[in-house]
Design a protein. Structure first.
Length: 367
């Protein structure tokens, strides 16, 4: 399922280093100068899920296949991007194609790594980027309002529906407020505008606080300020040290665990980012478990059994008869399919069944 998370931030905040670690491949050039990343680097990243390993202990499959997320490392932004400064226009068009924004924010001092603004100030950096997103949305909206005004004069019903909402939204943006805080989110006109214009400032944002090694165990003043700022806006902050995450790329799981323990943290920042991104996109996993493969399949929360089956193959939905379902906990507790079935824990579900996170499923179909 190709749902994109865009990595954004000012130049030299650690985006490409974070991307390198995320993808476990050194395929995004990183260097100490602005605009090192020009074309967006894209990668498909496995979603960590220890449940797959537990299933594999029982089934002993030939391979394990994780759910995935698409990550996009986008060129560094500078002040004035909405007016075409730096690589602004290209940057903004790349963000439009993503579903969620991960904004990497520099929260450490290092005189050897230049900052495009000349000093370290995470709140200022965030406001630069988010102001550019708002300005870009204002430009898109002004063009749409001009077109809607012409159509409304010709008695176009859709234009009359959207125009007052568009004007109210423009005023909201002009006050420096993102589309995400527009008070009339449920208005049909707003939903149409957001879908068609792919408003940048309506996208959900996670802040990645990039710290140095000392900042991992205990929040420094930059992180404290960032967390306070994020809390006011109901946004998540995930702390990471991109440099250390990149160093751990070649570690096995035991070495990685030892490294994290020595740094005083329980979970990799990147694992947190992937897991939280998966959740924020409204995604979850169900499993298939056989001797050839134990696999995690990605679906949106609220998906019915036939639609979940279609993720494997369209024919599964077309010819759907029923689904054999075992809850993950029951599959583990009773030692697999046979034990769960004997204990009465296998259920037969029909077309209206809403799949639950962790369901182990087998589909019956006829084409």
């Amino acid at each position: 399922m190709g749902l994109g998370i865009g990595l954004v931030g000012l130049p030299n905040v650690g985006k490409s280093t974070t991307f390198n670690a995320l993808t476990k491949a050194q395929n995004a050039e990183s260097a100490n100068y602005p605009f090192c990343t020009i074309e967006p680097n894209k990668a498909v990243v496995p979603v960590p899920d220890p449940r797959l390993e537990e299933l594999a202990k029982i089934v002993n499959p030939q391979r394990i296949q994780h759910s995935t997320l698409d990550f996009v490392d986008i060129a560094g932004l500078v002040k004035g991007a909405s007016q075409g400064e730096g690589l602004g226009n290209k940057f903004l068009s790349n963000i439009r194609e993503t579903e969620l924004i991960l904004q990497i924010v520099r929260c450490f001092e290092d005189e050897n790594i230049t900052h495009v603004e000349g000093s370290i100030d995470p709140i200022r950096d965030i406001e630069i980027i988010e102001s550019e997103l708002i300005l870009a949305d204002m430009e898109s909206l002004e063009k749409r309002i001009a077109a809607l005004s012409r159509k409304a004069k010709g008695n176009d019903r859709e234009a009359k529906l959207q125009l007052p909402v568009a004007e109210a939204l423009l005023k909201h943006l002009e006050e420096g407020q993102p589309a995400a805080t527009f008070p009339d989110q449920e208005n049909e006109g707003f939903r149409i505008l957001d879908k068609e214009l792919r408003l940048l400032s309506s996208k959900e944002i996670i802040y990645g606080a990039n710290v140095d090694e000392e900042g991992l165990a205990e929040d420094n003043d930059y992180v404290k300020a960032l967390k306070a700022y994020a809390a006011e806006r109901n946004r998540e902050v995930i702390k990471l040290c991109a440099k250390i995450e990149e160093e751990m790329v070649e570690f096995d799981e035991e070495e990685k665990k030892e490294m994290l323990e020595s740094l005083g943290v329980e979970e990799s920042g990147l694992d947190q980012i992937i897991r939280k991104g998966f959740e924020k996109l409204g995604l979850m996993s169900y499993f298939t478990a056989g001797v050839k493969e134990v696999r995690s399949w990605t679906i949106r929360r609220g998906t019915t059994a036939p639609k979940a089956a279609a993720v494997i193959h369209n024919d599964f939905e077309k010819g759907f008869i029923r689904a054999e379902v075992i809850a993950y906990e029951d599959f583990i507790a009773y030692g697999g399919e046979a034990g769960a079935k004997e204990a009465g824990k296998m259920r037969l579900e029909g077309k209206d069944y809403v799949v639950q996170d962790g369901d182990v499923m087998h589909f019956r179909f006829n084409v």
